[in-house]
Design a protein around this ligand. Structure first.
Ligand SMILES: [Cu+2]
Length: 494
């Protein structure tokens, strides 16, 4: 079902691309830099950043936002941004219940923020557009991890700058473990049989600089690239042991929707979605992730012989197919040799839990007489983001159904990827049908193809304050496809 949708909408996207070329402003044509020999360089594994030592005064986890240079091509470097390193950032790993202190030093000459995508934290530490870190300033968030094991991530969220900052390299993984996740028979040797994969696409000019330009075409379709990179490298290889290997996959692209599969259509098991484990593994041969979504999968190399090679394949929704990386079986035996059958009970919120329903129309045209070249192209409920406007007030402790609708004008059929801060939600329905198994777990980001309707349900607990909801196609977000909800404690009013 997902594949059919992907192919159908891919075809539509090719149609749009043609329309974009002639009907709207032309995209910037980045040249094709000749690729280096594929599968000769080892997949970089982001270093772990975690609490060390047990002394009373443990140093905060340090993230330094900096300008740097990174080699995507052997012919020379590209100007980039990174956290601590030259591109992307370390993998932050924490344990549920842990008190986490972080220090973010902004050493670049623009404002930035750090948003913990998928993390349930007080609004003042959420790292949205209100928690600006000025150039030269330091931000010191501190919060207690208050949720189950999951693969989350972090990235900037400054007003109007998110897309550019992520594109230049600011993003990293954020892994939560808990006692339950550590009791499961799952691979957990980071970088060996538990491998983080940040998948992104980029386009470059001939001088190897990023072609990050927001033409009108790019705002509408997102800045898509013809180069696929995994952990900041084009076509790397990774050695995997003979046995069960866990891949934590993040679609960290600005806007691309990916169909991810293995060469020879080798089956795999999906064990986790955005916010934690599924109840049971789901056997699949392909997976669709929109920008911001994550999945954990298990691949069984138990029957493989040393030197067997498998490719991780990624189709972009605009039609490109990539051999993203090579998985090369080593002589080592994996610690984990068998697949699990049960993962974790995940209580679901149901329709009757809801206190109220809200409606959100993700619109491409405002429908208020704006022409094709008009200003208000992308909006939610006809409104563009306004930092000084609270769009929804939500009583603390309440449970709400949010009905999302991708209401695209017939001339401009665009997908969207809706992300809610603060909560993990359950999908009640997609187009009147119950969610497919991999969408039935905890989610914080959901893909809406043109004209899709998704009903989700979430409970707003623990923290008051202002949070964002927005399209995670970052050029849509930066164009204003974002709103603010404030969780309010009515009992505190006199
Ligand atoms: Cu969008």
């Amino acid at each position: 079902m997902i594949r059919r949708d992907f192919i159908k909408h891919s075809a539509a996207a090719l149609g749009i691309a043609a329309l974009g070329k002639y009907g709207l402003s032309a995209p910037v044509m980045a040249s094709t830099v000749p690729p280096d020999t594929p599968f000769t360089l080892r997949l970089p594994i982001p270093p772990l950043l975690e609490k060390s030592g047990t002394s009373a005064e443990v140093a905060p986890l340090s993230l330094i936002v900096k300008k740097d240079q990174h080699e995507f091509f052997s012919s020379g470097p590209t100007e980039t941004l990174g956290y601590n390193g030259s591109f992307l950032g370390p993998t932050i790993r924490v344990h549920n219940g842990e008190n986490v202190r972080i220090q973010v030093d902004n050493t670049i000459d623009q404002v930035t923020t750090v948003h913990w995508h998928g993390l349930h934290v007080p609004a003042r530490w959420d790292g949205g557009p209100h928690q600006v870190i000025e150039p030269g300033e330091i931000w010191k968030p501190e919060f207690t991890i208050n949720q189950q094991a999951a693969t989350l991530w972090y990235h900037p969220h400054a007003m109007g700058l998110t897309g550019e900052h992520v594109y230049r390299g600011l993003a990293g993984m954020f892994i939560i473990e808990d006692e339950y996740s550590q009791s499961l028979a799952l691979p957990r040797n980071y970088g060996v049989d538990d491998i983080p994969l940040v998948i992104q696409d980029r386009r470059f000019y001939e001088d190897r600089s990023f072609a990050y330009v927001r033409s009108m075409h790019d705002v509408m379709h997102g800045v898509l690239g013809n180069f696929l990179i995994v952990n900041g490298m084009s076509k790397p290889f990774a050695e995997v042991p003979r046995g069960i290997v866990r891949l934590r996959i993040l679609n960290g692209s600005n806007a691309s929707i990916y169909r991810i599969y293995l060469s020879d259509d080798q089956p795999f098991q999906v064990i986790a979605s955005d916010g934690g484990f599924l109840e049971k593994p789901v056997g699949l041969q392909e997976l669709v992730l929109s920008a911001g979504e994550r999945a954990e999968i298990l691949v069984d190399f138990g029957e493989a012989s040393a030197d067997d090679r498998l490719r991780l394949m990624v189709d972009q929704y605009n039609g490109n197919t990539h051999e993203a990386m090579e998985l090369r079986v080593s002589g080592d035996k994996a610690e984990q040799r068998t697949l699990v059958t049960e993962l974790r009970e995940q209580p679901q919120l149901v329709e009757s839990d809801a206190d109220r329903t809200r409606n959100f129309a993700m619109e491409t045209m405002s429908g208020r007489g704006m022409g094709m070249m008009g200003g208000n192209r992308l909006s939610i409920n006809g409104k563009k983001m306004d930092m000084n406007r609270i769009d929804e007030k939500i009583p603390l402790g309440s449970t709400e159904i949010w009905e999302l609708e991708n209401r695209s004008a017939s001339m401009m059929q665009l997908p969207h990827s809706m992300h809610l801060h603060d909560v993990q939600f359950n999908i009640l329905e997609r187009n009147g049908q119950p969610p497919v198994p991999i969408e039935a777990g905890r989610k914080d980001t959901v893909l809406l193809w043109p004209n899709d309707k998704v009903r989700l349900i979430a409970r707003f607990l623990d923290y008051t304050g202002v949070y964002m909801y927005h399209c995670h196609m970052l050029e849509h977000e930066d164009d204003g496809m974002m709103g603010q909800f404030e969780v309010v404690d009515n009992n505190m009013k006199i």
